[in-house]
Design a binder for this molecule. Structure first.
Ligand SMILES: Cc1cc2nc3c(=O)[nH]c(=O)nc-3n(C[C@H](O)[C@H](O)[C@H](O)COP(=O)(O)OP(=O)(O)OC[C@H]3O[C@@H](n4cnc5c(N)ncnc54)[C@H](O)[C@@H]3O)c2cc1C
Length: 375
C-alpha cells in the first residue's frame, strides 16, 4: 500500500488525509500541535463560504475555486457524516451586506468592486440590491435598521469546529485501518520528497510527502508570510440571524456569522503583521462596536472567545497546490479563503497524487466531479 506522509493536520492536511484514505492510501499525519489546539488559522476562522463577497478583495480565480468548492462541500460533508457519525453545520442561504445610512457611499463603492470583476449576467445572478423591506424579510432582526443593502444568494458557511471534530473522528478509524498514524505534538522542520524530518531528530520515509503546515512552512516557501486576523465569538441565544451579515464601513469591513447554539462569530481584522499573539484592545472594541451597531440586542451577548491567528499568504494571494521541482507536494497560501476554496484545491492535489501513485479510481459522484477539476 502506498504510504503518504502529510506534515500539518490543519484544514488542508486533514481534508487531504481523509480524501487519500478513501482512495486506499496508507497515510501518516504529523502536526506540531494536538488535534484540539485552536491556535492556528483553521480553528480560528469564521469559515464563511463567500465567493462573491470576497471579490472586493480577491480575483476571479478565487471566485471560480469558491464556486466549485460550494458544489463539493455538501456531498463531502454527507460522506463525512456517514463515516464519522457527526454532522457538520452547513448553510447555503446567501450573505446579506448592509451599511448604516452615513456609509451609503461605502456600500456603493463595494458594489462597484464586485461589478468590476463579474460579467453583467453573473453580477445580476449573484448580486441583488435590496431595500429596507427586503432586508427585513430576509432578516427580521434587522427590520427598520437599514435602508439599503446587497443580497448575495449563492453564498454559504459552515461550523469549522464541527468540521475539525468530524474529520478527526473519521481519520482516527481510517488511519488505523490503513496502518498509518496521527503524530500529535510532533513538529516537522523539513519536508523533502519522500522524507519528513521531525524536530526531535527522527526521519520518516514515505512513497510521497505533502507539506500542509500553513504558516509553519515559512522559510521553505519563498514569500510565504502571515497575515494576522482576529475574531470575537459571542453567545446571544435570544438573537436570530439566518445567514452571515457583512457590515460595510469606510474604515473596516466586518461580518457576523451565526453558528448553532446561539453563537455568533464576529470578524475579522486583517493586519499586515506576523504577530500571532492575543487580540488587541482596539480590535476587540472595533469588533464589539460593529456587532452592537448591527443590533443593540447583541449588547447582552456573552463573550465566549477572543482569538487571533496568522493566515498563510503568498505575495500574489493565490493558493499553492501541486508538486514542486524536487517532488514535494504542497498546499499552502490559502490566505483568507481556506474554507472557501479548500475542496477544489484539495481535490486537485488528491487527483494529482492518485495519478502519481496509481491509487484507486474515485467511487462516488462528488469524486468524479473532483477528478474532473484536475484535468
Ligand atoms: C481570523 C481568521 C478568519 C478567517 N475566516 C475565514 C473565512 O471566513 N472563510 C475562509 O474561507 N477562510 C477564512 N480564514 C482562512 C483559513 O482559516 C485559512 O485559509 C486556512 O485555515 C488555511 O489552512 P491550512 O491548512 O493551510 O493552514 P492552517 O489551518 O493554519 O493549518 C496548519 C496546520 O499545520 C500545523 N503546523 C504548523 N507548523 C508545523 C510544523 N512545523 N510541523 C507540523 N505541523 C505544523 C499547525 O498546527 C496546523 O494544524 C480565516 C482565517 C483567520 C485567521
Amino acid at each position: 500500500m502506498m504510504h503518504v506522509g502529510i506534515a500539518g493536520a490543519g484544514l488542508a492536511g486533514r481534508l487531504l488525509a481523509w480524501r487519500l484514505l478513501r482512495r486506499g492510501a496508507r497515510v501518516s499525519l504529523f502536526d506540531a500541535a494536538s488535534r484540539d489546539d485552536r491556535g492556528s488559522a483553521g480553528p480560528t476562522a469564521a469559515a464563511m463560504l463567500s465567493p462573491t463577497a470576497e471579490l472586493a478583495v480577491a480575483d476571479t480565480r478565487i471566485h471560480e475555486l469558491g464556486q466549485r468548492s460550494l458544489g463539493l462541500w455538501r456531498p463531502w460533508l454527507a460522506q463525512l457524516q456517514q463515516e464519522s457519525g457527526r454532522s457538520v453545520y452547513f448553510r447555503q442561504e446567501g450573505t446579506l451586506v448592509v451599511a448604516h445610512a452615513p456609509d451609503r457611499n461605502a456600500l456603493r463603492h463595494y458594489a462597484g468592486l464586485l461589478r468590476a470583476q463579474l460579467a453583467q449576467a453573473q453580477f445580476d445572478a449573484m448580486v441583488q440590491a435590496v431595500d429596507g423591506a427586503h432586508i427585513a424579510a430576509l432578516e427580521p432582526l434587522l427590520a427598520g435598521r437599514f435602508d439599503d443593502g446587497l443580497f448575495l444568494p449563492v453564498e454559504g458557511q459552515l461550523a469549522n469546529d464541527q468540521l475539525y471534530e468530524a474529520l478527526a473522528a473519521a481519520l482516527d478509524a481510517a488511519l488505523e485501518r490503513s496502518g498509518g498514524a496521527w503524530h500529535e505534538g510532533c513538529p516537522i522542520d523539513l519536508v523533502r520528497a519522500g522524507e519528513l524530518l521531525a524536530r526531535d531528530g527522527t526521519r520518516h520515509a514515505f512513497d510521497l510527502t505533502v507539506d500542509c503546515r500553513g504558516i509553519g512552512a515559512r522559510g521553505e516557501i519563498p514569500g510565504l508570510h502571515g497575515v494576522r486576523g482576529e475574531v470575537l465569538t459571542v453567545h446571544a441565544p435570544g438573537v436570530q440571524l439566518r445567514r452571515p451579515v457583512r457590515l460595510i464601513h469606510p474604515r473596516y469591513a466586518l461580518y457576523v456569522a451565526p453558528r448553532p447554539g446561539g453563537r455568533f462569530v464576529v470578524g475579522a481584522t486583517e493586519l499586515d503583521s506576523e504577530d500571532g499573539g492575543a487580540i488587541s484592545l482596539r480590535s476587540t472594541l472595533e469588533l464589539g462596536s460593529a456587532l452592537y451597531s448591527l443590533h443593540p440586542e447583541f449588547g447582552e451577548a456573552r463573550v465566549l472567545r477572543l482569538a487571533a491567528a496568522l493566515r498563510p499568504a503568498l505575495p500574489d494571494r493565490q493558493p499553492l497546490a501541486g508538486a514542486d521541482a524536487e517532488g514535494v507536494w504542497r498546499i499552502n497560501g490559502l490566505f483568507r479563503h481556506g474554507y472557501l476554496i479548500a475542496p477544489a484545491v484539495v481535490a486537485q492535489v488528491e487527483a494529482g497524487i492518485a495519478c502519481a501513485l496509481g491509487l484507486a479510481a474515485p467511487g462516488d459522484a462528488a469524486d468524479v466531479d473532483a477528478a474532473g477539476l484536475a484535468a
